[in-house]
Design a protein around this ligand. Structure first.
Ligand code: ATP
Length: 199
């Protein structure tokens, strides 16, 4: 499984639709200062579900939409499509190619798509669990990232290994199950109160 291409439309400095195709192996993005190299990485980070606009070096989530230049009007929509080669079936969907898309409108509304079918952010997070891709994953390591791995506490480092080893998927499911059990306990307690009252 690898990221085969990304399409960026109206995201930050990319007003027009841009498609970047990646070969297997190493790709370097080069260009003068301020030409948008980091915006390419931000677009990937955003499409896999980044919710913090600060991590995207933005003043707000809406601010990631192309906000115009002296010659061009601002746009009302930003969209990023990530096209993954899935011949290895590492992503648990039975398709050779999987497109994950995220859209945001100036109204602030966000939409997510899996192979062009609208879905929830949660579906995208579930798709990437165990792959190292995702908000908590290590597929994207920024300039300060290497330093933070080196200076992490033993506990934080264990969390990183758990994510990489695929343990965190089960931890997340376990936490969800515990939350549900807690809710059931509350319901039972409420029911017992009602039974006592009726007695
Ligand atoms: P450097 O080499 O200095 O790190 P870079 O090539 O990584 O630069 P980026 O930081 O990716 O450049 O891009 C910065 C450019 O993106 C700036 O010119 C900035 O004005 C532009 N930009 C950021 N957000 C938007 C937006 N919402 N609309 C239009 N342009 C934007």
């Amino acid at each position: 499984m690898y990221l085969k291409a990304i399409e960026i439309i109206g995201f930050k400095s990319f007003a027009d639709r841009q498609r970047l195709d990646f070969e297997k192996g190493i790709t370097c993005v080069v260009g003068p200062n301020g030409c948008g190299k980091s915006n390419v990485v931000d677009s990937v980070r955003w499409a896999i579900g980044e919710m913090s606009w600060k991590s995207l070096r933005s003043a707000s989530m809406i601010d990631i939409i192309f906000n115009g230049t002296a010659r061009r009007s601002p746009l009302n929509l930003a969209q990023v499509n990530m096209i993954f080669d899935n011949e290895s079936r590492k992503l648990p969907l039975d398709f050779n190619e999987i497109t994950v898309s995220r859209k945001i409108f100036r109204s602030g509304e966000s939409e997510y798509f899996l192979n062009k079918v609208q879905c929830r952010l949660r579906d995208i997070r579930d798709l990437f669990l165990d792959t190292g891709i995702g908000g908590e994953g290590y597929a994207i390591i920024d300039q300060g990232g290497v330093e933070s791995v080196l200076s992490a506490s033993a506990e934080q480092r264990r969390e990183m290994f758990e994510e990489v080893a695929g343990v965190s998927k089960y931890k997340a499911k376990r936490e969800e199950a515990i939350r549900r059990l807690d809710r059931v306990d509350l319901d039972i307690a409420r029911l017992s109160d009602t039974v006592v009252l009726l007695d």
